[in-house]
Design a protein around this ligand. Structure first.
Ligand code: PLP
Length: 257
């Protein structure tokens, strides 16, 4: 929309699909006039989290480019499967806070996708510029949706831990089925609600995603995320449906060499 040219930085399964300081620095060397860096953790589609050390290393690189803004997409922050406190760039490197825009919303933790409410937390000047653009748009977030989001954020939060326990159980149930197959390799995500198996058969991921629709299983081809030979599976559904879907996927893969 703004004429910017995205530079997609590579991540690798061996590094838990985390952006490394080396790759970030290489990206800056490629960019003619870098404006924004976009970070997302827990990641869609990888479910990866960053440790304080990982974020410190990224902050070190970002300090060398003081004109660059950072969008920190923390929308899956509440969906994590370990007991560690959540680390985000703004808390680990408060000196960068003026340059960071945190984006979040009620779609994930509160399962309120249809209400269409998200928000940004950033410096006064940035939020003021965003408000100028937003106020001239012809679509806005309805008052009803905003009130629903306030109720979600101000209401009891103990269900978040309960939800995470259920997500963890679903993740493990799905992994149990998938890891029994020798036609894929899949790691255990630390957050969000996606599995990202690497497919070890001859079929390409886009054809496989289409074939799977024939057996009633909806996935997203990894190519959509720059990861050919992978599939993204969502475990934001009940366990019985999930296990059935994974069983069908495993069975379907048997047809390919
Ligand atoms: C990483 C990430 N950020 C933001 C969003 C935006 O969600 P919504 O448009 O429902 O607020 C999504 C939704 O899939 C997402 O995966």
């Amino acid at each position: 929309m703004c004429g910017a040219q995205p530079i997609i930085l590579p991540t690798a399964a061996s590094e838990g699909f985390r952006l490394t300081a080396e790759h970030l620095a290489a990206g800056f060397r490629l960019a003619k006039s870098p404006k924004w860096v976009i970070l997302n953790a827990p990641g869609n589609p990888s479910g990866s989290l960053y440790s304080e050390t990982d974020l410190q290393a990224l902050a070190e690189v970002l300090r060398q480019y003081p004109e660059v803004m950072i969008l920190s997409d923390d929308i899956y922050a509440e969906i994590r499967f370990n007991q560690e406190p959540y680390q985000t760039l703004a808390s680990v490197a408060p000196d960068l806070a003026e340059r960071i825009l945190i984006v979040d919303g009620v779609s994930k933790a509160y399962a309120m996708t249809g209400w269409r409410v998200g928000w940004g937390c950033g410096s006064r000047s940035l939020i003021s510029a965003m408000t100028t653009v937003q106020s001239q748009n012809c679509t806005q977030t309805s008052t009803l949706s905003q009130l629903a989001a306030v109720a979600a954020l101000e209401g009891p939060r103990d269900f978040l831990a309960e939800r995470n326990a259920i997500y963890r159980q679903r993740r493990d149930a799905a992994l149990h089925v998938l890891q029994a197959s020798d036609k894929m390799e899949v790691s255990r995500p630390e957050g969000a609600f996606y599995l990202l198996p690497q497919i070890k058969t001859s079929i390409d991921d886009q054809s496989l995603a289409l074939d799977l629709l024939e057996v009633g299983v909806a996935t997203v081809a990894g190519s959509a995320f720059g990861l050919p030979r992978h599939l993204r599976l969502s475990f934001a559904t009940d366990e019985a449906t999930l296990v059935e879907g994974c069983t069908r996927l495993v069975r379907a893969l048997e047809a390919y060499s």
